[in-house]
Design a protein around this ligand. Structure first.
Ligand SMILES: [Zn+2]
Length: 88
C-alpha cells in the first residue's frame, strides 16, 4: 500500500470515504500509464466497482443506478429552511 493513498477516496471522498488502495485512472488495459500521473487514491468499493473502465465509462454505468456520477457532490434534498408562505 502506498502511503500517498492515505487520504480520501478520489471518487467518493466528498462523502467522507477514506482511500484504501490506489486506482489506475485509465486502466492499463486501455493504455493507461503505470506511474503516479495515472494513480489516484480510492476506496476498495470504488476500485472494485470501476475495475478496468475509465472514470467516464464508469460514471455512465453508475448513472443508471444513482443520482449522478460519484465525486460531483450533488444533493437533491430540498432545503428545509425554505418555507412556503401560508396565504390568509
Ligand atoms: Zn470511493
Amino acid at each position: 500500500m502506498l502511503t500517498s493513498a492515505d487520504g480520501w477516496c478520489t471518487y467518493c471522498g466528498s462523502m467522507g470515504v477514506r482511500a484504501e488502495v490506489v486506482d489506475h485512472i485509465v486502466p492499463l488495459e486501455q493504455g493507461g500509464a503505470d506511474d503516479i500521473t495515472n494513480l489516484v487514491p480510492a476506496c476498495r468499493s470504488c476500485n472494485a466497482s470501476k475495475r478496468d473502465r475509465t472514470p467516464e465509462q464508469w460514471r455512465k454505468s453508475l448513472e443508471h443506478r444513482y443520482y449522478g456520477p460519484p465525486g460531483r457532490g450533488t444533493s437533491r434534498r430540498t432545503p428545509t429552511s425554505w418555507t412556503t408562505p401560508t396565504p390568509g
